[in-house]
Design a protein around this ligand. Structure first.
Ligand code: ATP
Length: 249
């Protein structure tokens, strides 16, 4: 598997307080990698550091190029999309206006195909077509998450960084959300780096998982292996050893 994203020794923090202490992580082409960890482990900071929205040091290579010193805008245009926690939809704008905001981050050479991609998005998420003239604030939480994903897709990313897509969603909606990610990976030829507290559900769709604790990688393994490791889940993911208590998100 070729490494689309290769990160070595990544450190980052806020105002002089270091939060990430030398992270190594890789994502291959068409791979879904789940970054797991309890509250405050550093998942969000890792995604921010990769998208250039938090300053970091260390080596980050994306599609064979170093991202050192690259601005957040260039990183986005270079194919690394970021769907932050909280979705960031503009509730007064219509669904379609929100979707089309993604065009701004598109490489200039692909702007001509934007209409075709909007159509493809509506094929992927028919409910967004039905609601396209409605304000985004009228959508449910799960639909808003689809909208945030759509906007990111319109920027034509090769890798999507997605922060806690299941946050605040009812369990069934959140299960749908994870299966949507697997579909997007296949239909849009994407790789996905997913930050999640919901270990069990995210490991069902992920190929591999990486567990963070206090800003360090404490485990990295195929998803099935991590899912079966009850001791690890109890130690770092807040689940009971019998595996019956799912982490609430
Ligand atoms: N903007 C910020 N300014 C200062 N400290 C921050 C900021 N954002 C996060 N932190 C701190 O960085 C550490 C890691 O937080 P981060 O949000 O990356 O963890 P997380 O694993 O994503 O947790 P959560 O699931 O709660 O989002 C925490 O100690 C947090 O308090």
């Amino acid at each position: 598997m070729s490494g689309l994203l290769e990160v070595t020794g990544l450190t980052a923090g806020y105002g002089g307080v270091r939060v990430l202490h030398g992270i190594d992580i890789a994502v291959g082409e068409n791979e879904i990698v789940a970054v797991l960890g309890a509250n405050g482990a550093g998942k969000t900071t890792l995604l921010r550091a990769l998208s250039g929205t938090v300053r970091s040091s260390g080596e980050v290579a994306f599609a064979g190029r170093s991202l050192a010193g690259t601005s957040a805008a260039r990183i986005a245009r270079g194919g690394l999309g970021h769907v932050p926690q909280g979705r960031g939809t503009f509730t007064d704008l219509t669904v379609e206006e929100n979707v089309r905001l993604g065009v701004i981050s598109r490489p200039a050479s692909t702007r001509g195909q934007a209409d075709g991609d909007v159509e493809r998005i509506y094929e992927t998420f028919p409910v967004l077509r039905e609601m396209r003239r409605r304000p985004a604030g009228a959508l449910s939480g799960g639909q808003q998450q689809m909208l945030a994903l759509s906007r990111a897709l319109l920027a034509r990313p090769r890798l999507l960084l997605i922060d806690e897509p299941s946050l605040g969603l009812a369990p069934l909606t959140s299960a749908d959300m994870f299966s949507v990610l697997a579909r997007l990976r296949d239909e849009w030829s994407l790789s996905v780096l997913l930050a999640e507290q919901n270990a069990r559900a995210s490991l069902k769709v992920a190929d591999r998982g990486v567990v963070l604790a206090r800003g360090r990688v404490v485990a990295s393994a195929p998803a099935a292996e991590l899912a079966a490791d009850e001791g690890l889940r109890a130690a770092y993911l807040g689940e009971s050893p019998d595996g019956l208590t799912e982490v609430s998100s």
